[in-house]
Write a new protein. Sequence first.
Length: 620
Amino acid sequence: MDYGLSIWGEENFCIDGDTVNINHGNSPSILEISKNIREMGYRGPLLLRFPHLVKKQIETLFSEFERAREEFGYSGRFHAVFPLKVNQYPNFVHSVIEVSEGYDYGLEAGSKAELIIAMALTPMGAPITVNGFKDREMISLAFIAAKSGHNIVVTIEGINELETIIELNREFNEGCENPVAPGIGMRIRLHSSGIGIWAKSGGYSSKFGLTSTELLEAYEMLKRENLMHRLSMIHFHIGSQMGEIAPLKKALREAGNIYAELKRRGAEGLGAINIGGGLAVEYSQHRPNDNRNYSIKEFANDVVYLMQEISRSKGVDEPDIFTESGRYVAASHSVLVAPVLELFSQEYSEKSLRLKESNPPLVKELYELYSSMKRVNAREYLHDALDHMESLLTLFDLGYIDLEDRSNTEILVNLIVKRAIELLDSEDTGELKRLQNRIQEKYLVNFSIFQSLPDLWGLGQNFPVMPISMLSRKASRSASIWDITCDSDGEIAFDPQSPLLLHDIDVEREEYFLAFFLTGAYQEVLGMRHNLFTHPTEAVILFDEKGDYYIGEITEARNLMDILEDLDYDTGAIDKILKRNIEDSTLIDDAQKQELLGKLYLYLSENSYLKTVETVGEER
């Protein structure tokens, strides 16, 4: 079983014997990397960052568009920016800037704070685009960026923003011999809409963009103010995770014709079309549930071909093409690794039976069915067992059998169902899928879904999940995953249509880690501090020239007092109260007080994730 790695993995990972490995350099296993970090004293979930995967995505994006430009003889250039809203964490952003050197890869900002990041980190000459609603102060920052030498474009979302740009242009350039200002982009509200969860990003009811009427009004304002030369870009976006190519092609035709119309009207400075983001990532672990029906090659071909076709038919210059494909660049670079703490249904094992010297006849028959089950009789015995269970539960309700008999019934039926599924695993029937739900194992995993996989909770977005070891062993347990929050929504439920099978393990005797893949886009920045679980410890994994990996920057999860301070608690006051309560206690002597104070301050310096102690003495 490869857990769908051939579907979603993009050859970034591979299975080598027992473990899942990084398909780069000397192919270290994720298990080895995780254990090395844990040996340094870090516990709880680990977020592993792989900058080489960011580089791979950027290189692929640029190379496919350059190939398409060459193939079609396209005269416009290709540019790309990374939208900071997808992931603003410094270890990631610094990696983006470092690995994209030579591509003039820029940043997109949608808030003042993001714009400061872009102004500080974008290499001079690489593009900066500014989207979203803006006030006077934010637009002023864009003027400061332009006067600092940045290649920056402010995309207006409404006429009021253009009025502010015109006012600030007078203010910043009054008396200047060589006036400097950011480029102006206009986001257009297309008739075309996207598809799926983010379909509302396009269409007439979308949140952003200018209508045709507003577009003409903005054009007249620029002409009147002699700023037509500053109009450099039109922009559209039809939604994140665009699973089908058809809506994009429709949007490209609409936007391309708007570009051509503006050029023919005299917008001499207009030379670029920004197609936004939306390039989808394949998250599915099971066919035919694919999330994307096109390749990056087809994506690039369609964009270049349609822009060329429209430009030539309208007799205008072919525009430079900009993309803001953040999910595509970021998703694959991070892997969340978390230890399994407990299996909640292990009481359904043969050692848990409480058989008596004299058992009810139906319980005895259940035991005989379990003991003698073979492939040839598995389906028949399975049906008999389910029928006996209903009879025995009715007998319990009537008071004819006791609690031990009921327990033995539940255990034996569970074991029979499990064995039947194993014996009949080659038969893909609806009955077996339904029965998998009945015997599913609950794996308690040391992480928070709300902090690390918020899109799973909020949008039903699935993420590939698999164990990072024991892959040469057969995984037979129908698995649902529980996180450690006290919220019933903190669960990845078992889905018979897309089943997750994990190993039957004893966590008291062996470690078992699960890895959650493609978590690099949105999950960190949208993560919630539900139950005050904070961002997990993260580590940047790098490779040297020999292909050996080494651990770069490690950022430890925040401790308890830091979390409280973030919520504006007076941690100094809390510290004094806790200390005073111990010192004033009449229940303990002075030696015990000192011992408790030492333990208290040790615990306050730790993070919120759980720690357990194995029989071998190692904390998890």
